[in-house]
Design a protein around this ligand. Structure first.
Ligand code: FDA
Length: 397
């Protein structure tokens, strides 16, 4: 039977980085990376609109969702955003900060893939080979693959989550964990467009293309989560980074609240304007803070088409203000695995050592990257988790 010292399952962000870190530290015998894709790092290639948002300068444990929010702290402290950035600089890759600490390549995401591949010189990358399972054996593990079994002293599972099956996501990491009796937090789609009822779609479709900087919030139990970021009206409803962020926290049946002008109490501002410029229409008055088409639509929604601001009572202005500052919607679902950028849930961190990512009850077995129940916000955090968790495992194997 074919033998290797370390077999890494998955040639995505975490698997490639882990192999590179092992080789950079001097290697560890024969290191084999397996993936069923035709090319390595496919999600890196399409990430960040082709420019890869490869890290975030504001990385901290509070930017991640997990059943154990502190679990990620050790790995993140062991390999920081600045450490990855130093590698990017050494590789001569030009980058820029877009917003909120998000770092992107100036050129192409392929530069990041090339950098990862060059770091793992000496390791063997075998593509177009699917992994079917892992079992324990006296001397280590046997990995079942489409090209036959491979015996390994240690196995690193970096097979990612379930998002975008078309790109090769399988969720096999969860099956491997379950096969060893490790708990798995039920995976669900995150950073995903939410879907809305027909009545809301009718409101949104005519506004397709309009965008605002909004604050989207969500209450779950006693906890309110809010994100201020772009909100985009589309033919399919409402999307944009603010919606993607809140989607990771939203559960079916719950409401979200959108504040389209977060810094202004619109009802109060309209009452002030009523005294000074009462002859203008409410939509015109709203146009000071909202794009014209959106202002018109909101005023029409509140039955104020063609009216004069001066003729509106406080109650009408309050309704209008609430429609702008506290627009409450109940999404009917999400677009699911087809378009989700990440998977929330995964291998339960209670089964893993936070310093090494090793399965506590299975010496020699490691889980890294998105397969683990650690999921970042939008903005480069998920790659930073892939790098940091891979680095932690690479030091331990
Ligand atoms: P990843 O999914 O990258 O790799 C897993 C690998 O395992 C894949 O190559 C897959 O083919 C392989 N595999 C799975 N099952 C297998 C099997 N049975 N046999 C063999 N191989 C198997 N994050 C971020 O920080 N910044 C960003 O800009 C973006 N942008 C972005 C855009 C889009 C469209 C998506 C879908 C996602 C992002 N992300 C992101 C998220 C980011 O891509 C993601 O969190 C990381 O790729 C996770 O890295 P992993 O290595 O854990 O999984």
């Amino acid at each position: 039977m074919e033998k290797a010292d370390i077999v890494i399952l998955g040639a995505g962000a975490a698997g490639l980085f882990c192999a590179g870190s092992i080789m950079q530290a001097g290697g560890a015998g024969r290191v084999l990376v397996l993936d069923h894709a035709r090319k390595p790092g496919e999600k890196i290639r399409i990430s960040g609109g082709g420019r890869c948002n490869f890290t975030n300068l504001a990385t901290a444990p509070d930017r991640f969702l997990s059943h154990n929010p502190r679990f990620c702290a050790s790995a993140l402290a062991g390999f920081r955003a600045a450490d990855f950035l130093a590698m990017v600089d050494r590789a001569g890759i030009a980058w820029h900060e877009k917003t909120l600490g998000q770092l992107f390549c100036d050129g192409s995401a392929q530069q990041i893939i090339d950098m990862l591949l060059s770091r793992m010189d000496g390791a063997e990358l075998r593509l177009k080979t699917s992994v079917d399972g892992v079992v324990r054996e006296d001397s280590g593990f046997v990995v079942a693959t489409s090209a036959g079994p491979v015996q390994a002293r240690q196995v690193v599972v970096a097979t990612g989550g379930k998002s975008i099956p078309k790109m090769g996501a399988t969720g096999i990491g969860y099956d491997i964990a379950a096969g060893f009796g490790l708990p798995v937090i039920a995976p669900r789609a995150g950073l995903v467009p939410l879907t809305f009822a027909e009545q809301e779609l009718d409101r949104c479709r005519p506004l397709a293309g309009v965008s605002v900087e909004a604050e989207v919030s969500h209450v779950h139990g006693k906890r309110r989560t809010r994100f201020r970021d772009g909100l985009l009206f589309t033919h399919r409803g409402i999307s944009g980074p603010a919606i993607l962020q809140i989607s990771s926290f939203w559960k079916p049946g719950e409401e979200i609240t959108i504040d389209m002008v977060p810094d202004v109490d619109i009802a109060q501002a309209l009452r002030d304007q009523r005294g000074q410029a009462g002859r203008i229409a409410p939509a015109t008055a709203l146009g000071r803070w909202l794009p014209g088409r959106l202002a018109e639509a909101v005023a029409a929604d509140c039955g104020l088409t063609g009216a004069r601001l001066a003729d509106q009572g406080n109650a009408a202005l309050l309704t209008l203000g609430q429609r702008v500052n506290r627009w409450t919607l109940r999404p009917v679902g999400s677009e699911g695995w087809r378009t989700a950028e990440v998977t929330i849930g995964g291998v339960d961190t209670t089964a893993l050592d936070s310093r090494s990512m090793a399965a506590r009850s299975v010496p020699g077995l490691y889980f890294i990257g998105e397969a683990v129940d650690v999921t970042g916000w939008l903005g480069g955090y998920n790659f930073q988790w892939a790098w940091a968790s891979a680095h932690a495992a690479a030091r331990a194997v």
